[in-house]
Write a new protein. Structure first.
Length: 186
C-alpha cells in the first residue's frame, strides 16, 4: 500500500486544521497561514464594517459579516475576508458563506499585502466575486474594485481624505478618514 501526499488541499482538509489562533485559507488548493491581525488592522476593519452595516443592513439590502468566517468559493478556495457583504440569504450555512459574496474587503497587513493584491485577487476574480475592496492602512487609502466583462478587476473608486460614493450602490457613502483616526486614549 502506498500513500501519496496531497498536493492540492480542499475544504475537508481545512476543516481539520488546528485551532491555534492563526488564520488558514486555501487559494486554489494551496494552504496559507496568517498570524492574528494588529489592533490598527482590526480598528479599520471594524469602522468600515459599521459604515457598510449602516447602508446595507438598515436598508434590508444585504448582511455584513466580519472575520473569522469561512467563505467557501470553491472546494479548493476557502478564504476569510476581513469584512464581507452577502446579498443572498441562502449563501449562509453552518459551514460559512457558500459562494462569492457581493463584496469582500481585505485590510492589508505586512504579512498578507502581496498575497491580497495578487493570488487572492486573482482567485476572487476567477470565482466571480463582483466587488473586491482593499484597505491600505499604511497608505491610508480605500480602493474599490469591480469585476469587469473580461473577469478582471478595475478600480472604480479610491480615496483617503474625503467621503466616497460608490457608483454601484446608490447613496452608499464611505468616509475613509474614520478608518485611520486614533482610538480611545491615543
Amino acid at each position: 500500500m502506498t500513500s501519496e501526499l496531497k498536493t492540492r488541499l480542499d475544504y475537508d482538509d481545512l476543516a481539520h486544521t488546528p485551532d491555534d489562533g492563526k488564520q488558514y485559507e486555501l487559494l486554489d488548493g494551496v494552504l496559507y497561514v496568517t498570524p492574528a491581525p494588529s489592533p490598527f488592522h482590526q480598528r479599520a476593519s471594524k469602522r468600515l464594517q459599521r459604515q457598510l452595516e449602516h447602508y446595507f443592513e438598515e436598508r434590508g439590502i444585504a448582511e455584513v459579516f466580519d472575520a473569522p468566517l469561512d467563505v467557501i468559493l470553491t472546494h479548493h478556495d476557502v478564504v476569510e475576508p476581513d469584512v464581507l457583504v452577502v446579498r443572498e440569504p441562502a449563501q449562509v450555512s453552518n459551514r460559512g458563506i457558500e459562494g462569492a459574496p457581493l463584496i469582500a474587503v481585505e485590510v492589508l497587513s505586512p504579512s498578507t499585502m502581496k498575497r491580497d493584491r495578487t493570488v487572492k485577487s486573482e482567485r476572487y476574480a476567477a470565482t466571480g466575486l463582483a466587488h473586491y475592496w482593499i484597505v491600505d492602512i499604511e497608505a491610508r487609502r480605500l480602493e474599490c474594485y469591480r469585476l469587469n466583462a473580461a473577469a478582471r478587476y478595475e478600480l472604480v473608486m479610491v480615496g483617503s481624505k474625503t467621503p466616497l460614493r460608490h457608483p454601484d450602490f446608490p447613496e452608499l457613502e464611505i468616509d475613509p478618514t474614520v478608518l485611520w483616526i486614533p482610538g480611545i486614549g491615543e
